[in-house]
Design a binder for this molecule. Structure first.
Ligand SMILES: Nc1nc2c(ncn2[C@@H]2O[C@H](COP(=O)(O)OP(=O)(O)OP(=O)(O)O)[C@@H](O)[C@H]2O)c(=O)[nH]1
Ligand SMILES: [Mg+2]
Ligand SMILES: [Zn+2]
Length: 292
Protein backbone atom coordinates (compact mmCIF):
# COMPACT_ATOMS: atom_id res chain seq x y z
CA UNK A 1 0.00 0.00 0.00
CA UNK A 2 1.04 3.61 -0.49
CA UNK A 3 0.42 6.67 1.60
CA UNK A 4 1.88 9.90 2.95
CA UNK A 5 3.48 10.46 6.36
CA UNK A 6 1.45 12.94 8.41
CA UNK A 7 3.56 12.78 11.55
CA UNK A 8 6.32 10.81 13.22
CA UNK A 9 6.60 10.70 16.98
CA UNK A 10 8.89 8.44 18.99
CA UNK A 11 9.51 6.10 16.06
CA UNK A 12 5.80 5.69 15.25
CA UNK A 13 4.59 7.14 11.98
CA UNK A 14 1.02 8.08 11.16
CA UNK A 15 0.42 7.45 7.48
CA UNK A 16 -2.57 8.55 5.46
CA UNK A 17 -3.59 6.06 2.81
CA UNK A 18 -4.99 7.47 -0.44
CA UNK A 19 -8.45 6.09 0.52
CA UNK A 20 -8.41 8.27 3.65
CA UNK A 21 -7.60 5.57 6.21
CA UNK A 22 -4.85 6.23 8.75
CA UNK A 23 -2.24 3.70 9.81
CA UNK A 24 0.32 3.55 12.59
CA UNK A 25 3.66 2.21 11.40
CA UNK A 26 7.23 1.63 12.43
CA UNK A 27 10.15 1.83 10.03
CA UNK A 28 11.60 -1.50 8.98
CA UNK A 29 15.16 -2.22 10.15
CA UNK A 30 16.23 -2.18 6.52
CA UNK A 31 15.49 1.55 6.30
CA UNK A 32 17.37 2.27 9.49
CA UNK A 33 20.39 0.29 8.30
CA UNK A 34 20.40 2.32 5.08
CA UNK A 35 20.23 5.44 7.27
CA UNK A 36 17.04 6.50 5.51
CA UNK A 37 15.07 8.65 7.88
CA UNK A 38 11.43 8.98 6.89
CA UNK A 39 10.27 12.60 6.90
CA UNK A 40 6.83 14.07 7.35
CA UNK A 41 5.52 14.55 3.81
CA UNK A 42 7.24 11.44 2.45
CA UNK A 43 5.25 9.14 0.20
CA UNK A 44 5.87 5.63 1.42
CA UNK A 45 5.14 1.99 0.69
CA UNK A 46 3.89 0.11 3.73
CA UNK A 47 2.34 -3.06 5.07
CA UNK A 48 -0.60 -2.29 7.36
CA UNK A 49 -0.78 -3.85 10.81
CA UNK A 50 -3.39 -6.42 11.78
CA UNK A 51 -5.49 -6.82 14.89
CA UNK A 52 -4.61 -3.48 16.44
CA UNK A 53 -0.87 -3.97 15.85
CA UNK A 54 1.25 -1.36 14.12
CA UNK A 55 2.29 -2.00 10.52
CA UNK A 56 5.64 -1.60 8.79
CA UNK A 57 6.96 1.19 6.68
CA UNK A 58 8.90 -0.58 3.93
CA UNK A 59 10.17 2.02 1.47
CA UNK A 60 10.35 5.76 0.91
CA UNK A 61 9.44 6.86 -2.62
CA UNK A 62 11.72 9.40 -4.35
CA UNK A 63 11.43 12.90 -2.90
CA UNK A 64 10.42 15.92 -4.93
CA UNK A 65 12.01 18.20 -2.36
CA UNK A 66 13.56 17.97 1.07
CA UNK A 67 14.39 20.37 3.88
CA UNK A 68 16.45 19.82 7.03
CA UNK A 69 14.85 22.56 9.12
CA UNK A 70 11.98 22.13 9.29
CA UNK A 71 12.55 18.43 8.49
CA UNK A 72 9.93 17.88 5.78
CA UNK A 73 9.74 16.28 2.35
CA UNK A 74 7.80 17.05 -0.81
CA UNK A 75 6.58 20.52 0.05
CA UNK A 76 5.85 23.00 -2.77
CA UNK A 77 6.32 26.09 -0.70
CA UNK A 78 7.95 27.17 2.56
CA UNK A 79 6.58 30.16 4.43
CA UNK A 80 9.42 31.73 6.39
CA UNK A 81 7.65 33.42 9.28
CA UNK A 82 9.19 36.33 11.17
CA UNK A 83 7.65 38.63 13.76
CA UNK A 84 7.51 42.39 13.37
CA UNK A 85 7.51 42.72 17.18
CA UNK A 86 8.40 39.98 19.66
CA UNK A 87 10.41 37.82 19.33
CA UNK A 88 12.77 40.28 17.63
CA UNK A 89 13.14 39.09 14.04
CA UNK A 90 16.27 37.08 13.31
CA UNK A 91 16.70 38.04 9.66
CA UNK A 92 19.97 36.15 9.32
CA UNK A 93 17.97 33.03 10.15
CA UNK A 94 15.31 34.04 7.61
CA UNK A 95 18.01 34.58 4.97
CA UNK A 96 19.51 31.16 5.65
CA UNK A 97 16.07 29.58 5.35
CA UNK A 98 15.50 31.31 2.01
CA UNK A 99 18.89 30.09 0.80
CA UNK A 100 18.05 26.54 1.85
CA UNK A 101 14.77 26.73 -0.03
CA UNK A 102 16.43 28.06 -3.16
CA UNK A 103 19.08 25.37 -3.00
CA UNK A 104 16.36 22.73 -2.76
CA UNK A 105 14.25 24.24 -5.55
CA UNK A 106 11.40 25.07 -3.18
CA UNK A 107 9.38 28.25 -3.63
CA UNK A 108 9.58 30.53 -0.61
CA UNK A 109 7.42 33.25 0.86
CA UNK A 110 8.37 35.64 3.63
CA UNK A 111 5.57 36.14 6.13
CA UNK A 112 5.94 39.14 8.43
CA UNK A 113 3.46 38.41 11.20
CA UNK A 114 2.47 40.47 14.28
CA UNK A 115 2.14 43.60 12.15
CA UNK A 116 -0.09 44.98 14.91
CA UNK A 117 2.91 45.10 17.24
CA UNK A 118 5.07 47.30 14.99
CA UNK A 119 3.69 48.31 11.62
CA UNK A 120 6.71 50.42 10.70
CA UNK A 121 9.11 47.55 11.44
CA UNK A 122 6.94 45.25 9.31
CA UNK A 123 7.11 47.67 6.35
CA UNK A 124 10.87 47.99 6.74
CA UNK A 125 11.33 44.21 6.65
CA UNK A 126 9.06 43.97 3.60
CA UNK A 127 11.21 46.55 1.80
CA UNK A 128 14.39 44.59 2.51
CA UNK A 129 12.96 41.49 0.87
CA UNK A 130 11.34 43.13 -2.16
CA UNK A 131 14.03 41.76 -4.51
CA UNK A 132 14.61 38.46 -2.72
CA UNK A 133 12.47 36.32 -5.00
CA UNK A 134 10.25 35.46 -2.04
CA UNK A 135 6.74 36.88 -2.12
CA UNK A 136 6.24 38.99 0.99
CA UNK A 137 3.07 38.92 3.11
CA UNK A 138 2.28 41.22 6.00
CA UNK A 139 -0.06 39.50 8.42
CA UNK A 140 -1.61 39.71 11.83
CA UNK A 141 -2.86 36.36 13.07
CA UNK A 142 -4.46 38.16 16.03
CA UNK A 143 -6.84 40.31 13.94
CA UNK A 144 -6.79 38.34 10.69
CA UNK A 145 -5.34 41.22 8.71
CA UNK A 146 -3.51 40.08 5.58
CA UNK A 147 -4.39 36.46 6.28
CA UNK A 148 -6.80 36.07 3.33
CA UNK A 149 -4.13 37.09 0.82
CA UNK A 150 -1.73 34.59 2.35
CA UNK A 151 -4.36 31.85 2.32
CA UNK A 152 -5.12 32.53 -1.35
CA UNK A 153 -1.44 32.24 -2.28
CA UNK A 154 -1.14 28.93 -0.42
CA UNK A 155 -4.34 27.46 -1.78
CA UNK A 156 -4.03 23.95 -3.20
CA UNK A 157 -0.36 23.67 -2.33
CA UNK A 158 1.66 21.63 0.12
CA UNK A 159 3.08 24.33 2.35
CA UNK A 160 5.04 24.45 5.58
CA UNK A 161 5.41 27.38 7.95
CA UNK A 162 8.82 27.58 9.60
CA UNK A 163 10.81 29.99 11.74
CA UNK A 164 11.63 31.05 15.30
CA UNK A 165 9.48 29.92 18.20
CA UNK A 166 6.69 32.36 19.04
CA UNK A 167 6.42 34.14 15.69
CA UNK A 168 2.87 32.84 15.25
CA UNK A 169 3.11 29.86 12.87
CA UNK A 170 0.42 27.85 14.66
CA UNK A 171 -1.68 31.00 15.16
CA UNK A 172 -1.59 31.72 11.41
CA UNK A 173 -2.71 28.17 10.60
CA UNK A 174 -5.52 28.45 13.15
CA UNK A 175 -6.63 31.73 11.61
CA UNK A 176 -6.44 30.52 7.99
CA UNK A 177 -8.00 27.10 8.42
CA UNK A 178 -9.98 27.23 11.65
CA UNK A 179 -7.69 24.73 13.36
CA UNK A 180 -7.28 24.76 17.11
CA UNK A 181 -3.59 24.09 17.32
CA UNK A 182 -1.87 24.95 20.55
CA UNK A 183 -0.33 28.40 20.71
CA UNK A 184 1.31 30.19 23.58
CA UNK A 185 3.08 33.30 24.74
CA UNK A 186 6.82 33.34 24.33
CA UNK A 187 7.40 33.64 28.07
CA UNK A 188 5.47 30.39 28.64
CA UNK A 189 7.42 28.67 25.92
CA UNK A 190 10.77 29.70 27.35
CA UNK A 191 10.04 29.36 31.04
CA UNK A 192 7.99 26.21 31.02
CA UNK A 193 8.42 24.92 27.51
CA UNK A 194 4.65 25.09 27.26
CA UNK A 195 2.30 25.64 24.34
CA UNK A 196 4.99 25.11 21.82
CA UNK A 197 4.65 23.01 18.71
CA UNK A 198 6.86 19.99 19.31
CA UNK A 199 6.47 17.95 16.14
CA UNK A 200 6.03 18.53 12.45
CA UNK A 201 2.51 17.70 11.42
CA UNK A 202 1.01 17.56 7.97
CA UNK A 203 -2.66 18.45 7.81
CA UNK A 204 -4.67 17.70 4.63
CA UNK A 205 -6.92 20.61 3.60
CA UNK A 206 -10.30 20.56 1.85
CA UNK A 207 -8.89 22.49 -1.14
CA UNK A 208 -6.49 19.65 -1.96
CA UNK A 209 -3.50 21.38 -0.41
CA UNK A 210 -1.76 20.42 2.80
CA UNK A 211 -0.49 22.54 5.66
CA UNK A 212 2.49 21.77 7.84
CA UNK A 213 2.92 23.18 11.30
CA UNK A 214 6.51 22.87 12.50
CA UNK A 215 8.38 23.49 15.77
CA UNK A 216 10.26 26.77 16.03
CA UNK A 217 14.04 26.84 15.88
CA UNK A 218 16.77 29.43 16.16
CA UNK A 219 19.86 27.64 14.87
CA UNK A 220 20.41 26.76 11.26
CA UNK A 221 23.76 26.21 9.62
CA UNK A 222 24.09 26.27 5.86
CA UNK A 223 25.54 23.06 4.45
CA UNK A 224 29.27 23.33 3.78
CA UNK A 225 29.98 24.56 0.26
CA UNK A 226 32.48 26.63 -1.69
CA UNK A 227 31.71 30.18 -0.44
CA UNK A 228 31.65 31.37 -4.05
CA UNK A 229 28.51 29.29 -4.59
CA UNK A 230 26.50 31.31 -2.07
CA UNK A 231 26.02 34.20 -4.46
CA UNK A 232 23.73 32.04 -6.58
CA UNK A 233 21.36 31.63 -3.65
CA UNK A 234 20.71 35.37 -3.37
CA UNK A 235 18.56 36.47 -6.33
CA UNK A 236 19.25 40.22 -5.92
CA UNK A 237 22.97 39.57 -6.36
CA UNK A 238 22.71 36.81 -8.91
CA UNK A 239 21.12 39.34 -11.25
CA UNK A 240 24.52 40.99 -11.71
CA UNK A 241 26.37 37.77 -12.49
CA UNK A 242 29.00 38.31 -15.19
CA UNK A 243 28.88 42.13 -14.95
CA UNK A 244 31.69 42.55 -12.40
CA UNK A 245 35.33 43.38 -13.24
CA UNK A 246 36.72 40.17 -11.68
CA UNK A 247 35.39 36.69 -12.37
CA UNK A 248 34.27 34.98 -10.30
CA UNK A 249 33.18 37.84 -8.06
CA UNK A 250 31.77 37.10 -4.62
CA UNK A 251 30.16 40.60 -4.56
CA UNK A 252 31.76 41.30 -1.18
CA UNK A 253 34.75 43.65 -1.44
CA UNK A 254 36.07 43.25 -5.00
CA UNK A 255 36.73 46.47 -6.92
CA UNK A 256 34.45 47.06 -9.90
CA UNK A 257 31.67 44.89 -8.47
CA UNK A 258 28.36 45.53 -10.25
CA UNK A 259 26.25 44.12 -7.41
CA UNK A 260 28.02 46.31 -4.88
CA UNK A 261 27.41 49.35 -7.12
CA UNK A 262 23.71 48.45 -7.17
CA UNK A 263 23.76 48.44 -3.35
CA UNK A 264 25.32 51.93 -3.41
CA UNK A 265 22.64 53.14 -5.84
CA UNK A 266 19.98 51.76 -3.49
CA UNK A 267 18.76 49.17 -5.99
CA UNK A 268 19.72 46.21 -3.79
CA UNK A 269 18.88 46.17 -0.08
CA UNK A 270 21.99 47.06 1.90
CA UNK A 271 20.77 44.97 4.83
CA UNK A 272 20.33 41.88 2.68
CA UNK A 273 23.73 42.44 1.12
CA UNK A 274 25.54 42.88 4.45
CA UNK A 275 23.96 39.74 5.86
CA UNK A 276 25.06 37.90 2.72
CA UNK A 277 28.63 39.19 3.32
CA UNK A 278 28.46 37.83 6.87
CA UNK A 279 27.33 34.41 5.59
CA UNK A 280 30.05 34.51 2.92
CA UNK A 281 32.77 35.21 5.51
CA UNK A 282 31.46 32.41 7.77
CA UNK A 283 31.47 29.97 4.90
CA UNK A 284 34.94 31.08 3.82
CA UNK A 285 36.27 30.18 7.27
CA UNK A 286 34.45 26.84 7.34
CA UNK A 287 35.67 26.04 3.81
CA UNK A 288 39.28 26.86 4.71
CA UNK A 289 39.09 24.71 7.83
CA UNK A 290 37.21 21.84 6.23
CA UNK A 291 40.09 19.34 6.46
CA UNK A 292 41.19 20.30 10.02
N1 LIG B 1 -0.03 40.55 18.83
C1 LIG B 1 0.00 39.44 18.12
N2 LIG B 1 0.24 38.26 18.74
C2 LIG B 1 0.28 37.16 17.98
C3 LIG B 1 0.09 37.20 16.57
N3 LIG B 1 0.22 35.94 16.10
C4 LIG B 1 0.47 35.14 17.15
N4 LIG B 1 0.51 35.87 18.30
C5 LIG B 1 0.78 35.37 19.66
O1 LIG B 1 2.14 34.96 19.71
C6 LIG B 1 2.29 33.83 20.57
C7 LIG B 1 3.02 32.71 19.83
O2 LIG B 1 2.20 32.20 18.81
P1 LIG B 1 2.33 30.70 18.28
O3 LIG B 1 1.33 30.56 17.18
O4 LIG B 1 2.26 29.73 19.40
O5 LIG B 1 3.82 30.71 17.70
P2 LIG B 1 4.59 29.54 16.93
O6 LIG B 1 5.38 30.19 15.86
O7 LIG B 1 3.65 28.48 16.53
O8 LIG B 1 5.60 29.02 18.06
P3 LIG B 1 6.26 27.54 18.23
O9 LIG B 1 5.18 26.53 18.11
O10 LIG B 1 6.89 27.59 19.59
O11 LIG B 1 7.31 27.43 17.17
C8 LIG B 1 0.88 33.45 21.03
O12 LIG B 1 0.70 34.00 22.32
C9 LIG B 1 -0.01 34.11 20.01
O13 LIG B 1 -1.27 34.44 20.54
C10 LIG B 1 -0.15 38.47 15.96
O14 LIG B 1 -0.31 38.61 14.74
N5 LIG B 1 -0.17 39.54 16.79
MG1 LIG C 1 3.56 26.50 16.95
ZN1 LIG D 1 30.52 41.41 -7.96
Amino acid sequence: MEGIILSGIGGFYTVLEDSGARHTLRAQGKLRRQRLTPLVGDRVVFRPGEGGQHGWLEAILPRRSELIRPPVANIDLIGVVVSAGTPAPDLLLADRMLMFARRGGIEAALIVNKCDEDGAAAEAIARQYAGSGARVFLTCAATGEGVDALKAALSGRVHALGGQSGVGKSSLLNRMYGFSRETGALSEKIERGKNTTRHCELIPLPDGGMALDTPGFSLLELPLCDPYELRFLVPELEKYEGECRFQPCAHVSEPGCAARAAVERGEVSRERWSRYCELFEDMKTRWRERYD
